[in-house]
Design a protein around this ligand. Structure first.
Ligand code: OOG
Ligand code: MG
Length: 262
């Protein structure tokens, strides 16, 4: 790590104020040019500890920038990881309040829910599948706190990988027998198809993204507990949404999930 604990706390204050006040901020690398990836995650860890102190519960983790479409859209060439709390979850078909958001974008994702604890490093795709209870379609609402939704990898990891809200579909499908790589995913905005891809768009297989996440957390001494939600990452580019827009993801075999902005 390049930065001191005091620097990390100071950057965490900046990010926390932007997240809670729903306002933009400059890229952290402009404030602190020495900020590296480990520092970005240290800021994220600080924010997570503060959320826990406020009584928020970590319900899972997300992989981000795992598809080529997302990497190209954001100009970042490597995936990253964030945490999901109870306060980010919204009901399938429910309303996403625009108050508290800056410039939300919607992603269609395949989510996994763990049946058993999973701890890396050294975990492979088969281990992830063996520990997974079920898959569900998901919509993630990302909302970068950086100006114009522009960032670099250390900055966006400090901002918890742009996490804002997420919605899971209501019909879990047992993982046994599913081929997540060949599942078609369609993202609709106001009833029109705006993007489509297959699960394989995410690192060849969505469980490969989950695997990278588990190994990332394992190298930091963390276990994913049974029941954890894993968002494996947007299969297509993210699509901006505003007041009145409704979105739906349809995933082959897994069914659908929807939300509406108000
Ligand atoms: C970073 C988070 C990306 C995904 O699924 O790729 C992400 C961003 O694009 O703002 O959640
Ligand atoms: Mg995402």
């Amino acid at each position: 790590m390049a930065l001191s604990n005091a620097d990390i706390e100071r950057l965490a204050d900046v990010v926390e104020a932007a997240q809670q006040g729903a306002h933009t901020m400059a890229k952290l690398t402009t404030l602190e040019p020495a900020l590296g990836l480990a520092d970005g995650y240290a800021v994220q860890d600080t924010l997570r500890r503060r959320a826990a102190t406020r009584g928020e519960r970590v319900v899972g983790f997300k992989c981000g920038l795992t598809s080529r479409a997302k990497m190209v859209q954001m100009g970042v060439a490597e995936p990253g990881y964030g945490y999901l709390t109870s306060s980010m979850a919204r009901a399938d078909g429910g309303v996403i309040e625009l108050a508290g958001l800056i410039h939300p974008r919607v992603e269609a994702e395949i989510a996994l829910v763990l049946a058993r604890d999973l701890r890396g490093p050294g975990v492979n795709v088969a281990d992830v599948l063996a520990a997974t209870a079920f898959a569900v379609p998901a919509l993630e609402v990302i909302d970068s706190r950086f100006e114009a939704f522009k960032f670099d990898l250390p900055s966006v990891m400090a901002d918890n990988a742009s996490s804002a809200r997420f919605v899971l579909g209501g019909r879990p499908v047992a993982i046994a027998g599913l081929d997540l790589a060949t599942l078609g995913v369609v993202l609709e905005k106001n009833g029109e198809i705006v993007a489509a891809a297959a699960g394989a768009a995410v690192m060849g297989h969505p469980a490969a993204a989950a695997c990278a996440l588990v190994n990332h957390l394992g190298r930091r001494g963390e276990t994913l507990p049974a029941g954890s939600i894993i968002l494996t990452g947007g299969v297509t580019e993210a699509v901006a949404g505003g007041a009145g827009d409704h979105f739906r993801a349809r995933v082959q075999t897994l069914g659908e999930v929807g939300l509406r902005f108000a």
